[in-house]
Design a protein around this ligand. Structure first.
Ligand SMILES: [Zn+2]
Length: 365
């Protein structure tokens, strides 16, 4: 099994400089590759990885691009593979069309592959191609390293994410099955009648984020104050991400430990992310992360995740008699009584029971 482990890194000034140049080169190659593929795409040709790979080889031979030889060559190839994967996802309707990368993006990272043990940990240092030994804060032991992502945050912190071999401990499952209904009011409601609320400290941080973003929008473009404010916004963002990930890790582990089978909705995240309402957008990112965690943990520990199709009207269907009540479509309806069997329903609890029943039905079909 594989697992991603993130450690803080403390590169020297020279190493930082090289990391930043590598990020720039990977961005350049990604963007050049994207332009090439866009042009081919317009001419009706879906030029793939081989075309962009030939482009990289030819660029490296040109004097104007000699700086490409100074950085990790595997990382450059990797950015083209990422582009290729992005196109595949787009062609298969799993993601939006890839877009050009900017140095102003919050997310700056590059990936490199371990070849012949050229990436390894020695003492408190990680050996990386071209960079040499980079100091890291290692919080746990790791198995064989397959690849490494080097990341720079908007607040100029550096991290390495190691993709490593690992042996999961065996969890003795209690054999339970559960249905999960994620929502905006609560983080989720389950078919046992339990509710997990959105953490209060996260809501507080979101309010702070909105406040700092408003302040940023009032600062003059290009001014020193604007840059300072941008850093403030980035710091709140970082805090939210770490608080949220911590919450999601705990919740997903709890579900996996307590249940053998977990039924969830197959959310179409690509559509949801187009929603510009902040709260909704943040929730949908959390749900996607949460479901990803459930899926990889289920693989580690041998649980089953069943995804119920989004078309299934889990909120509107009476979980007792199966009557479909269209009036419940309105999100403001929190409680309703079934006109046929007169069961009184709580919207989310009823939906989670339906998700469980539908999931189990799909499993036995
Ligand atoms: Zn009913």
């Amino acid at each position: 099994m594989l697992k991603g482990i993130r450690f803080r890194a403390y590169p020297t000034k020279e190493q930082k400089d090289l990391i930043n140049r590598t990020l720039g080169c990977c961005r350049l190659i990604f963007n050049e590759g994207l332009a090439l593929r866009e042009k081919a795409f317009k001419q009706g040709d879906k030029a793939g990885y081989t075309a962009t790979s030939a482009m990289l080889t030819s660029l490296k031979k040109q004097d104007d691009f000699s700086f490409l030889k100074e950085v990790d060559s595997i990382a450059l190839q990797q950015s083209l593979r990422d582009l290729d994967a992005a196109y595949k996802n787009f062609f298969q309707h799993r993601a939006d069309k890839p877009v050009f990368k900017s140095k102003h993006n919050n997310h700056q990272s590059y990936r490199t592959i371990n070849q012949g043990n050229n990436i390894r940990i020695e003492g408190n240092r990680l050996k990386l191609p071209k960079l040499g030994y980079v100091k890291i804060k290692q919080s746990m032991s790791v198995g064989y390293i397959h690849n490494v992502t080097i990341e720079r945050t908007p607040t100029d912190k550096y991290f390495v994410i190691l993709n490593v071999d690992f042996e999961p401990d065996t969890i003795i499952s209690k054999g339970n099955a559960i249905g999960i209904d994620v929502g905006l009011k609560f983080f989720y409601s389950d078919s046992n009648g339990d509710i997990v609320a959105n953490p209060k400290h996260l809501e507080k941080s979101f309010k702070k984020l909105a406040r700092e973003q408003r302040r940023l929008s009032r600062k003059k473009k290009g001014s020193n104050n604007r840059n300072k404010q941008r850093r403030k916004v980035a710091l709140v963002h970082e805090k939210i991400t770490s608080q949220r990930d911590d919450f999601l890790q705990k919740q997903s582990t709890k579900l996996i430990r307590e249940n053998q089978t977990i039924c969830i909705e197959n959310l179409r995240v690509a559509n949801m992310l187009k929603n510009h309402k902040l709260a909704k957008c943040i929730s949908s990112v959390s749900w996607r992360k949460f479901f990803n965690m459930l899926e990889y943990k289920a693989k580690w520990y041998g649980n089953t995740i069943i995804k119920v199709p989004t078309m299934y009207p889990s909120s509107q269907t009476c979980s007792i008699c199966g009557y479909k009540n269209k009036l419940v479509k309105d999100l403001s309806v929190r409680k309703w009584e079934c006109p046929v069997c007169h069961t009184k329903h709580d919207r989310d609890y009823n939906a989670s029971i339906n998700i469980l029943q539908k999931g189990l039905q799909m499993q036995s079909a």
